[in-house]
Design a protein around this ligand. Structure first.
Ligand code: 2PG
Ligand code: MG
Length: 414
């Protein structure tokens, strides 16, 4: 069966936050591949630009001008297609055609090619190798840019079921933590309305410390219940806290201002007290040295760069040189084209960084993230816990396990 692209069409639909989102259909002989670009709220400065200055409608107009050039291109040539889009765009951050279009075209093409070839998308991305499931990392309590005033300043308190042996049990453990967190929040605040942030995490009126205590208790309670270890993770999303004029971290909801040194000590104290296995963006996006200091001192905790690396291989290799972090977040739309993200994952793996393949706070119900995580051998899939657009990715892993597995879980040191 051929995989040549016969037609590519685009439209604007809406993401889980109700924002305009770029969706592409790629048609190959008899099959349609489809992908909708996600969007972040706490975006890194180094990310691909989602839309050209003319916005989503402008991106659609521009797409109509170049999309005929895609006809005849082999939809399974992920790297070639990504390079071709760079040739069309000619800017370093897809500011002409928009990163959302680059995402949707490349992912929809792989979807179409996989269907035409009769193989699952993850095998088209990863080829023939021994597959293992990523551990689901789920946001159970949050604040920052994902929730309103009153919620914590720290963006995400997460659950990671490191002891699970099967992906089904891992997914279910995070759901139990999410439920347990609600119960514990209600114990502290009987008037809790059940409000959630953009990713389905509870958004209570709690301080950062109260949130830490709550999630720590919840993961321990659930560990006892399921009979395997569930650990806590944290995404500080520090670029959202950082004030580049004062060079301080401003926890505005609790009137706390921390210098860089204070912030590093705050993170180390949290590691000491609550032993999180995973910490993302503990410092703002350009503090490579600070990341290196923390990585050295934070034994037993993964220090993961999201806004620091923005799925950009050059930024990653700069970090590798000085030991900044030992894990990366991979978000395809941060870099734009899927081919670039695969190159980034390979560079991370070659340097022994763990790879966490991540959703965005504004998502679609597409399941593709599960295939991308398997394809690049991500140790972690970060995809929330509940909500249709979050569970879509996790249910896909469960389906894959039944249809093509069973697969073991990836290796994580904890
Ligand atoms: C993050 C993400 C996803 P956003 O900071 O890691 O959780 O948020 O998509 O808003 O950048
Ligand atoms: Mg993040």
């Amino acid at each position: 069966m051929g995989t040549e692209i016969k037609e590519a069409r685009a439209r604007i639909v809406f993401n889980s936050r109700g924002e305009k989102a770029f969706e592409v259909d790629v048609l190959v002989e008899g099959f349609i591949g489809r992908a909708c670009a996600p969007a972040g709220a706490s975006t890194g400065a180094g990310e691909a630009v989602a839309f050209p200055p003319s916005g989503p409608e402008g991106a659609l107009q521009i797409f109509r001008e170049y999309s005929t050039k895609l006809i005849g291109f082999k939809a399974d040539d992920i790297i070639g297609l990504s390079k071709f889009l760079h040739e069309i765009d000619q800017t370093p951050n897809f500011s002409k055609i928009g990163g959302a279009a680059a995402f949707a075209i490349t992912v929809a093409s792989v979807d179409a090619a996989a269907k035409a070839l009769g193989i699952p998308m993850f095998k088209l991305i990863g080829g023939e190798k021994k597959y293992a499931h990523p551990y689901p990392l789920g946001n159970v309590l949050g604040g920052g840019k994902h929730a309103g005033p009153g919620s914590p300043d720290i963006q995400e308190f997460l659950s990671l079921p490191v002891g699970a042996k099967r992906v089904y049990d891992a997914v279910y453990a995070n759901i139990l933590v999410h439920k347990e967190v609600r119960r514990l929040i209600e114990k502290r605040d009987p008037s809790f309305s059940g409000g959630k942030g953009d990713e389905g995490a509870w958004a209570p009126n709690l301080t950062d410390i109260e949130a830490l205590e709550t999630v720590y208790e919840a993961v321990n309670n659930v560990s006892d219940k399921v009979g395997f270890k569930v650990r806590m993770g944290i995404d500080f999303a520090s670029s959202s806290l950082y004030n580049s004029e004062t060079k301080c971290y401003e926890y505005t909801r609790r009137n706390k201002v921390l210098s860089r040194e204070d912030q590093i000590n705050f993170v180390l104290t949290i590691i000491d007290k609550y032993s999180p296995i995973y910490i993302e963006d503990p410092l703002f996006e350009d503090d490579f040295e600070g990341f290196a200091i923390l990585t050295k001192q934070a034994k037993g905790t993964y220090i993961v760069g999201d806004d620091l690396f923005v799925t950009n291989t050059k930024r990653l290799l700069n970090g590798v040189k000085i030991g900044a972090g030992n894990g990366v977040i991979l978000k395809v739309n941060q870099v734009g084209a899927l081919g670039d993200a695969i190159e980034f994952a390979n560079a991370a793996k070659a340097n022994k960084y763990i790879v966490a393949v991540s959703h965005r706070s504004g998502e679609s119900v597409d399941p593709h993230l599960a295939h991308i995580a398997l394809g690049v051998s991500g140790e972690i899939i970060k995809s929330g816990v509940v909500g249709g657009e979050r569970i879509a990715k996790l249910n896909e892993l469960i389906r894959i396990d039944e249809l093509y597995g069973p697969f073991n879980m990836m290796k994580l040191v904890w």
